[in-house]
Design a protein. Structure first.
Length: 164
């Protein structure tokens, strides 16, 4: 893991096309709005994958790379500063809902705010805690516990070699 961290730092230091801007989107279906933040001092207006533009508010956040847990799928831990209380208020506004909260990680280059520099990662929040100083969330890439298994029927029609 240390080699990967060193390689990532070296790659970011040698960027010729601008600096990478890390962004987060907190999305929930019940309230019909999103909360966009960027990990820098100034706000930015960037274009999303669907062509709409969004204003990303400057807020410090950190995340740890996922590690496999004993249940077999990776979790990502995200910590968002809650000094201005806006992230905490957003989470509190959806606290009674049964629908999941999604986090979208995007990276933009300072020289290109028209599209993300890589494929956005969409995560489902499993656990979230709000304090006066930070919002800490644990998110995962897939919810395989609630997935039907097997999710397809093995029939002779679909797999003719089963009949032999």
């Amino acid at each position: 893991m240390a080699q990967f961290d060193e390689a990532l730092k070296e790659a970011m230091a040698s960027l010729e096309n601008g600096v990478i801007l890390q962004t987060l989107e907190l999305r929930h279906d019940d309230i019909g709005s999103q909360y966009y933040i960027v990990n820098q001092r100034d706000s930015i207006i960037a274009q999303l994958e669907d062509g709409n533009q969004a204003e990303f508010i400057p807020t410090t956040f950190r995340y740890t790379r996922p590690k496999k847990d004993d249940q077999g799928f990776p979790d990502l831990s995200i910590s968002i500063d809650n000094v201005n209380q806006a992230p905490g208020n957003f989470v509190r506004s959806i606290s009674k809902s049964q629908k999941p909260l999604f986090i979208v990680l995007r990276e933009y280059l300072t020289t290109n705010l028209v599209s993300p520099s890589s494929q956005p990662l969409v995560l489902t929040v499993k656990d979230i805690k709000v304090t006066a100083f930070e919002v800490v969330a644990r998110a995962t890439f897939a919810n395989i516990r609630n997935k039907a298994y097997p999710n397809q029927r093995y029939t002779r029609l679909r797999f003719p070699s089963l009949g032999n």
